[in-house]
Design a protein around this ligand. Structure first.
Ligand SMILES: Nc1nc2c(ncn2[C@@H]2O[C@H](COP(=O)(O)OP(=O)(O)OP(=O)(O)O)[C@@H](O)[C@H]2O)c(=O)[nH]1
Length: 284
């Protein structure tokens, strides 16, 4: 699903998240592990206020492991509990449960002290499009299909999915918009498939991708494309890659559109390995 984020849609999305916040004890902020800053919603801090929150770096199978570890340490140092998971294969889900229980223990202890019978922890997922919200919900749901049904006092279309003995998840995630303020973030989101190709110029994106590889993963670029630097004269680099990978037009000349698509596809399909596009040391 690709959403056009007009002001009206943004206001509606924000309103929905704010409404659902009242129903839950904890927010699972789903982030793309390849883009730990660029895939966060710029206003979520404001929307969430004091609500307990767990940062979940999803798609860890596609991200650079060294960077993922650094990002977890970075967020934790800023006071944000953080875990990394792979929703597609259901890896790391136990860390989500464990962290949720730990984070809510003080609240639950207080409830017990006041004689309130412990109930399940209620959670909701919030994240930008394509970050893996539905995949994670399905993963949770399949493990423990029993839906708990409508809870009194809760809008009837909302269902709670029992994901674990003591945890329930709202079956509708909160979808918020990504950051679009700068072009670089746009390119990063496009390289991970979070933005539709139609709104992006493929050649610009491929050039951004190559320059990113040159500065952050030069050895992998060399292995794949047999170049160590991106030439000032981009035609030279495109010609080189085009010949290497046989991207020819009908007349036998290098087809630059094909080259651009190939580079973007290679990056997205992990032909250059596991990549993280936000480098933690650039933000520290
Ligand atoms: N490799 C990998 N792919 C994942 C993971 N989680 C989700 N995906 C893939 O990411 C894509 C988007 O996942 P969705 O679950 O549809 O994302 P969403 O956040 O619900 O997207 P919207 O409905 O657009 O808001 C799908 O192709 C998933 O298979 C993961 O942990 N690892």
């Amino acid at each position: 699903m690709t959403i056009q984020w007009f002001p009206g849609h943004m206001a509606k999305a924000r309103r929905e998240v704010t409404e659902n916040l009242k129903l839950v004890d904890i927010i699972f902020e789903l982030i793309d592990a390849r883009l730990p800053l660029s895939s966060r919603n710029p206003m979520l801090d404001e929307v969430v206020h004091q609500k307990t929150r767990l940062l979940i770096l999803n798609k860890m199978d596609m991200a650079d492991d060294t960077q993922t570890k650094k990002w977890i340490a970075y967020f934790e140092s800023k006071g944000h509990p953080t875990v990394a998971i792979n929703s597609l294969e259901g890896k790391g889900l136990q860390t989500v449960f464990k962290a949720s229980k730990e984070l809510l223990k003080p609240k639950w202890d207080r409830m017990k002290e006041r004689g309130i019978k412990p109930r399940a922890i209620r959670a909701m997922i919030v994240g930008i499009p394509n970050v893996g919200k539905s995949t994670l919900i399905n993963r949770f749901a399949k493990k423990n299909i029993a839906k708990t049904g409508n809870t009194p006092g809760v809008t009837k279309r909302q269902q709670w999915i029992k994901v674990e003995k003591e945890i329930e998840l709202l079956d509708t995630p909160g979808i918020l918009w990504p950051k679009f303020e700068d072009q670089e973030i746009g390119y990063k989101l496009a390289l991970t498939g979070a933005i539709k190709d139609a709104v992006i110029n493929m050649e610009d994106l491929a050039i951004y991708g190559l320059r990113f590889l040159e500065s952050h993963y030069p050895r992998r670029m060399e292995e794949r494309y047999k170049v160590t630097t991106v030439s000032e004269d981009l035609v030279e680099t495109f010609d080189h890659i085009g010949k290497l990978r046989r991207c020819y037009g009908p007349g036998g000349e290098v087809d630059y559109d094909q080259v651009a698509e190939l580079i973007v596809r290679d990056i997205r399909n992990q032909q250059l390995g596991k990549l993280t596009f936000d480098f933690v040391n650039e933000y520290e």
